[in-house]
Design a protein around this ligand. Structure first.
Ligand code: MN
Length: 755
């Protein structure tokens, strides 16, 4: 990868044996202190035992930073206890989490030294860590993700400890090489952060996302942290001014409370900049105000609303920005009252009101309930976790789901906001935002979904694809003649419904394919060749089908004409195509093979891997990289090598799912070839602005412009310029020149050819 982004320097590690011993013991004692209150008789001895086993097992290994390895499991245990709120069993498992994977210790040893409970959790953790296998096939990786989720459904502690493990790895990512930093960061954004979110671990989720941003897009990360630092003084002043009257009034009303302003996560600020096409200075809500109350379970709802009423006596609330997650908590257990009010100077300020109990849930999520369960007590929130796990198990138990699709679908489920809808009897169901009447039917029961022909929403008849909103009452209408069809997949959004429909369609397809298989068999009998794997492969290759099922299905529905078999000759019992097609193998083992196969005329712009091999490649349309951008190569199945920017919107998904197809790539120095890049500009409408822009382009900088389009409305114009540049430096120079023009307020690079 490009080396123009330097990782922060890590201080060299230099401790002697004596100092190391002391450090390790100090960390262990810190862990003990955190667990103190929850330790029962015998727990301490068991924890000590686990600690000693782990120390012994890892004694000869060090982390990339040079530290003794044991500091990692110790840190993971500490995170599990302090930040997720787990108990002693989990701390023991965290201490041992890498032993079976990396050392001589076996699961049997763990069972013998501890119990089957603990060894089961360790087993789950070991299986999950195999997921991070750079060489694994895509389907294998997806299958592994599925395994992660399965273990989650078994015992949530497995995934909670895994999240602690991942968080610590992210916190210490400085020491590993750039390639690994990207891979681990992408995986974190792709699967672990959404999981943390779904489990209500907001703090962990946002720290993961911030750290991932730090490594995938270091410049942006620096820009935002720097910006936050520079505006800190002004922000505190504003927050104090905002809080002052509220503080006095709350105190006058005998509330025991805490109130403070909290900067928003770097990652979410970046999202805002991206989505709204604004610069850091234009993001107005860099912080939220939080009020945390002492209250009792009976009075907490009333108290929160009282606080709301006091705040809105001072500042006018925005009517559409009120969120009551106290009456109906979020699916991940989150409870709070959110409102946005007009603060001093006409600025909108978000205020979050919650009790101490709600705050603990907000920080530790559903895991907080797990802790209560570990202690034996049960809470109402626990059923939320249970129903999420049940939902997950439901989807996972369907053996027919295509794993890659499945991960996509699950991810959608994990990330989206929720709506609350009701059955005719008044039972509430929680569905992701955008869910349709048909999703609702599948949510109630698979059979109901399968037979669904429409629904009555609030007594009004609507089609299957009707999007539901919170508060809708839904009655499903069915017919025994109804069967799922392909187009249902276009509007269904829940993972469960999609996977059920897909497996139904597959079943259906399989039945039809039987006819095709029979027809093919007769034809092959006639040619006196068997339907052997070799022959099937030749046919699949020729008819461009990826499975024998697709081949048979194609024959059955007439997409494939068996007359085309005349393109084959028979050699013994083997079919052979007459014209041996010369084409690239679609499954490249790695890019080096592409180099050799393509030979021919290599482009001279990109260097792959450690050696300076020059390879034929294409620039990805989705992000249009130019020299100077941080990039990686992706081996596609059919179009050779594609170069993406590491900040490409598709990068996280590619890096996380297709690790084995990623090729380290950097730019070679070159000044002869130009690359197309797009820039979006926004400014005040002004006669002659186009003239000024074109002057910069062709006069001053002598760039080649491909297109310029400008749209102007109400005195503001928005434009897109496509120019040819040699590298990023030239592009930056161009942007700076444009920025210096009067009347232009925003300039940003386009993500791709979206315009
Ligand atoms: Mn680990």
């Amino acid at each position: 990868m490009s080396s123009n982004t330097t990782a922060p320097a890590v201080p060299p590690y230099n401790k002697n044996e004596e100092e190391e011993k002391k450090l390790i013991l100090r960390e262990y004692r810190a862990l003990l202190r955190s667990l103190k209150e929850s330790l029962k008789k015998g727990d301490k001895a068991m924890l000590r035992h686990a600690f000693e086993i782990a120390v012994e097992a890892h004694k000869n290994t060090r982390r990339k930073s040079g530290e003794p390895y044991i500091l990692h499991p110790l840190a993971v245990a500490q995170i599990a206890v302090d930040e997720i709120g787990l108990g002693v069993t989990s701390a023991i498992c965290a201490l041992l989490h890498d032993t079976v994977e990396d050392t001589e210790i076996t699961l049997e040893d763990i069972t013998r030294e501890f119990n089957t409970h603990i060894s089961k959790i360790i087993d789950g953790l070991t299986k999950i860590s195999n997921v991070v296998d750079l060489k694994a096939d895509t389907t294998v990786q997806a299958e592994n993700f599925r395994k992660i989720l399965l273990t989650l459904a078994d015992d949530p502690r497995v995934i909670l400890i895994k999240l602690a493990d991942r968080l610590h790895n992210m916190r210490t990512l400085e020491s590993v090489n750039r390639e690994k930093q990207l891979k681990i960061s992408s995986e974190t954004t792709y699967i672990y952060a959404p999981l943390a979110h779904r489990l209500g671990l907001y703090e962990i989720k946002s720290e993961m996302e911030d750290l991932a941003l730090k490594y995938t897009q270091p410049e942006i990360y620096m820009e935002i942290t720097q910006g936050l630092k520079e505006t800190k003084r002004e922000r505190s002043r504003y927050i104090n001014e905002f809080i002052k009257p509220i503080k006095e009034e709350l105190a006058a009303n005998d509330f025991e409370f805490e109130i403070y302003g909290r900067p928003k996560a770097i990652h979410s600020i970046w999202n805002k900049m991206r989505k709204k096409h604004v610069t850091f200075d234009e993001v107005y809500d860099l912080f939220a105000i939080r009020v945390i109350l002492k209250s009792t379970p009976e009075k907490e709802k009333e108290d929160c609303w009282k606080v709301y009423s006091i705040i809105t006596n001072f500042y006018r609330p925005s009517t559409e920005r009120l969120r009551d997650w106290i009456s109906v908590p979020k699916g991940n257990g989150y409870e709070a009252l959110h409102t946005t009010v007009m603060g001093p100077g006409g600025r909108w300020v978000e205020v979050q009101i919650r009790t101490e109990r709600m705050n603990e849930i907000a920080e530790k999520g559903l895991a907080a309930h797990w802790k209560y369960k570990e202690g034996g007590a049960t809470t109402a929130q626990e059923s939320k976790l249970d129903s999420f796990l049940k939902h997950l198990r439901d989807i996972l138990n369907n053996p027919d789901t295509d794993t890659i699709d499945f991960i996509q679908d699950i991810k959608l489920d994990l990330f989206t906001e929720e709506i609350y809808v009701y059955t005719p009897k008044g039972d509430m169901r929680v569905l992701p935002k955008g869910a349709t009447a048909l999703d609702f039917a599948f949510d109630i029961h698979t059979e109901l979904g399968r037979r669904c022909i429409g629904a009555k929403v609030n007594y009004r008849l609507v089609p299957l694809s009707h999007k539901l909103v919170s508060g809708d009452q839904v009655e499903v209408i069915t017919s025994s003649k109804q069967n799922p069809s392909e187009d249902w997949l276009n509007f269904l959004i829940t993972a469960k419904a999609k996977s059920r429909v897909k497996s139904y369609l597959k079943e259906d397809k399989r039945k039809i394919a039987e006819d095709g298989k029979e027809a093919l068999r007769r034809k092959l009998d006639h040619l006196k060749v068997p339907m052997s794997p070799h022959n099937l492969n030749e046919l699949m290759h020729f008819f461009k089908k990826s499975s024998s099922l697709d081949l048979w299905y194609g024959i059955a529905v007439g997409n494939i004409d068996l007359k085309d078999l005349r393109n084959f000759v028979v050699h013994g019992d083997k079919l052979q195509p007459v014209h041996k097609e010369i084409k690239l193998d679609t499954k490249f083992a790695n890019a080096e093979d592409v180099v050799k196969q393509k030979g021919g005329k290599p482009a001279e712009l990109i260097i792959f891997g450690e050696r300076s091999d020059k390879v034929l490649y294409k620039l990805a349309q989705c992000c249009q990289p130019i020299p100077g951008d941080d990039v990686f190569g992706f081996v596609t199945s059919g179009e050779g090598l594609k170069i993406h920017r590491t900040d490409c919107p598709n990068a996280a998904q590619l890096l996380a799912n297709y690790g084995h197809r990623i090729v380290k790539t950097k730019w070679a120095k070159n000044k002869e070839i130009s690359f197309l890049a797009g820039v979006r500009i926004i400014g005040m409408d002004d006669v002659g602005v186009i003239q000024k822009i074109t002057n910069v382009i062709s006069g001053e900088l002598k760039l080649n412009m491909r297109s310029l389009s400008i749209d102007s409305k109400d005195g503001v114009f928005q434009g897109t310029i496509m120019v040819y540049v040699h590298d990023r430096e030239e592009l930056n120079n161009f942007c700076n020149k444009l920025g210096a023009l009067e009347g232009i307020s925003t300039i940003e690079r386009l993500e791709g050819t979206e315009e």
